[in-house]
Design a protein around this ligand. Sequence first.
Ligand code: ATP
Ligand code: MG
Length: 259
Amino acid sequence: MTESTGESGGAPGGREPLVVLTDVEKYFGDLHVLQKINLSIGRGEVVVVIGPSGSGKSTLCRAINRLETIESGTITIDGVPLPEEGKGLARLRADVGMVFQQFNLFAHKTILENVTLGPTKVRKVPAAEARQRGMELLKRVGVDSQAEKFPAQLSGGQQQRVAIARALAMNPKVILFDEPTSALDPEMVNEVLDVMVDLARQGMTMVVVTHEMGFARKAANRVVFMSDGQIVEESDPDTFFTNPTSDRARDFLSKILTH
Ligand SMILES: Nc1ncnc2c1ncn2[C@@H]1O[C@H](COP(=O)(O)OP(=O)(O)OP(=O)(O)O)[C@@H](O)[C@H]1O
Ligand SMILES: [Mg+2]
């Protein structure tokens, strides 16, 4: 049984905190999109973020690698506060992988080039070494036979697996997934989720925005439910899905479960 840690800022299960958000506030104009967010993600922990459209899930992810600025509060990665800009920010971004709904691969680069670009440009890994590691990662996600093709020649599920390999190529400390399967045809969802479940089992720290309950039950240590810019509830997946405590979570679950 995992305890709720909403107030404490300490990671659950005795894990060492890796990503820590403290009193984070974010506005878009008058819209208060992140309200007093306190969340601590432990090393090796898998946190699923779930909630209605517009509740701030993407903004939360984007704040963690500073694609969005915040008005107040602090975010630290492995004990280091998010740098404002410059080299420190580039270094931090390299530690935080991101996988988006729309795979965002470079259309004019091959699959292998997509995976080797970050390591060679940002991490200054020698080209031959980056290619070797790139091929290993493509193999790990099951698309090594596609290495010399371009993204448009791959299925959505294959492209998303390449995007995961690209994130892994930077040896990130944590990977953020923002609805990684919601742009996929249904038959391709599982091939991507299987890769993510494997990653979770291998101890990768992951923040996953998804409504895929199967994934949450299989791989998540904790489910965080957001509504209207707030973390309303957090618990282990079984408790959340079978016995949510807040009205908002119950209402939300009744809607997604009756699809
Ligand atoms: N760049 C922006 N400028 C202004 N408002 C924005 C911007 N990005 C997001 N918002 C608003 O902030 C709120 C939170 O958006 P966010 O994308 O984080 O929600 P979400 O939980 O990811 O929703 P969804 O499930 O639809 O992806 C929404 O009301 C959205 O319209
Ligand atoms: Mg979103």
